[in-house]
Design a binder for this molecule. Structure first.
Ligand code: DSN
Length: 443
């Protein structure tokens, strides 16, 4: 926010201004460990706040339903070309407004209502849009499940997956996750899809940035048909989605996104995504992605050294799933709350075959993209593990939590948040007591 805008907003809408400044302070003051969050680039913030938000651009470059598209066409083409180059894809649709519509557009384009989809079990890491019964997709399509194998360090149980595929003959084999700390062998999935005549689709939203940087496996290298990714997680961009696909599926996917599911694309967001994709092609981004993985391994090791139980016993990506029930005798909601008290933001998370309900699950999910973006390294991960374990062991200990919070906030003051300049004083009275996420499942 520039200073002129701050002054005029503060005068016009002091309540909104106070909340916005409060959020800026919250982001600066504490540690962000939610694995799907990140700090975007100042250039992205500028594009999101640009005049592109004024423009309607239904359709696609060269065939729009409104005039005045000479610049929007150029912007969307840049985003599409950069996405294709980065992910080695033959086609990209950059219009999905976020992750859920992105996956919905892919399913609705590729499938008929009632078709069977083989996807990851939700408690083993699958996403709501991968067919949770509470999602509309779960009502439209028939989702059948594969799981991970705890006895084999959380690897996908391909014997079981193949058996379910042979029995149910899915039209689509979907891989991807929102809470799984390992990489995938995409060729194994492709092999199963081929055997039963199914399409192969991957939702790589969590690891899109790591794949773009070449530090994790790319499903297109295994011949996948469709790959979806959000742009705001490891990619560090605006909140949006991209559907990537082989050329043969391009007309189907494009028709499904627009006019099938959405209206006017958000051209300010597409411009921000184009900037993000250019950044992701730079050598510095590859270094950043490597550090995200190094930090995740360091944090996992430090927690393991403290005797903490991690789902799958570690991590190969940016994410760690902590079994807080087994480690600290705390459900995920209580663990999330205690960590909030010390300015470390995490989210409660179900673990494989969790006996507890989603609002009081057995674990939390943490990840290293945001802290790495902020410049933290392995040494800082050891500090983080120490603060987390002290807070989670302190429970109702009055003295420990404020002490840990002071240490966290003092440390964070040396790591500026990208895009935040000099901050005005926050208005403490405006701080809400609890987050709305209490009433919504965490994926
Ligand atoms: N809500 C996202 C996440 O946190 O992983 C996925 O949609």
């Amino acid at each position: 926010m520039n200073d002129d805008f701050r002054t005029s907003l503060a005068a016009f809408d002091p309540d909104l201004h106070a909340a916005l400044v409060g959020e800026e302070h919250r982001q600066q003051r504490g540690v962000e460990l939610i694995p799907s969050e990140n700090y975007t680039y100042p250039e992205v913030l500028a594009a999101l706040g640009s005049v592109l938000t004024n423009k309607y651009a239904e359709g696609y470059p060269g065939r729009r339903y409104y005039g005045g598209q000479e610049y929007t066409d150029a912007i969307e083409n840049l985003a599409r070309d950069r996405a294709c180059a980065l992910f080695r894809s033959e086609h990209a649709n950059v219009q999905p407004l976020s992750g859920s519509p992105m996956n919905q557009a892919a399913y609705l384009g590729l499938l008929e209502p009632g078709d069977t989809v083989l996807a990851m079990d939700l408690s083993h890491g699958g996403h709501l849009t991968h067919g949770a019964p509470v999602s509309h997709m779960g009502r439209i399509f028939r989702f059948v499940r594969y799981k991970t194998d705890p006895a084999n360090a959380g690897a996908i149980d391909f014997d079981e997956l193949r058996r379910v595929a042979r029995e149910t003959r899915p039209k689509l084999v979907l891989c991807g996750y929102t809470s799984y700390p390992r990489d995938f062998d995409y060729a194994e999935f492709r092999g199963v899809a081929d055997e039963v005549g199914a399409l192969a689709m991957a939702d790589v939203s969590h690891v899109g940035g790591l794949i773009a940087a070449g530090v994790m496996n790319n499903p297109f290298d295994a011949g996948f048909d469709v790959v979806t990714t959000t742009t705001h997680k490891t990619l560090r961009g605006p909140r949006a989605g991209i559907v990537l696909c082989r050329k043969a599926f391009a007309p189907t996917i494009d028709k499904s996104v627009f006019p099938g599911l959405q209206g006017g694309p958000h051209m300010n967001t597409i411009a921000a995504a184009a900037i993000t994709l250019k950044k992701a092609a730079e050598p510095a981004f590859r270094e950043h992605a490597r550090q995200v993985l190094t930090n995740a391994k360091a944090l996992a090791k430090a927690l393991l050294d403290e005797g903490v139980h991690l789902v799958t016993g570690g991590t190969d990506n940016h994410m760690i799933v902590v079994d807080t029930a087994k480690s600290f005798g705390l459900d995920g909601r209580e663990a999330e709350r205690l960590l909030d008290e010390v300015a470390i933001t995490t989210n409660k998370q179900v673990i494989p075959d969790d006996p507890r309900p989603p609002l009081r699950p057995s674990g939390i999910r943490i990840g290293t993209p945001a802290v790495t973006t902020r410049g933290m390294g392995e040494e800082d991960m050891f500090r983080l593990a120490d603060w987390m374990t002290r807070a989670l062991r302190a429970a109702s200990d009055e003295a420990t939590l404020p002490q840990v919070r002071r240490e966290v906030e003092a440390h964070c003051s040396s790591f500026p948040v990208p895009g935040l300049g000099r901050l005005p004083h926050a208005t403490a009275r405006r701080r809400p007591r609890r987050s709305l996420s209490d009433s919504v499942p965490s994926s």
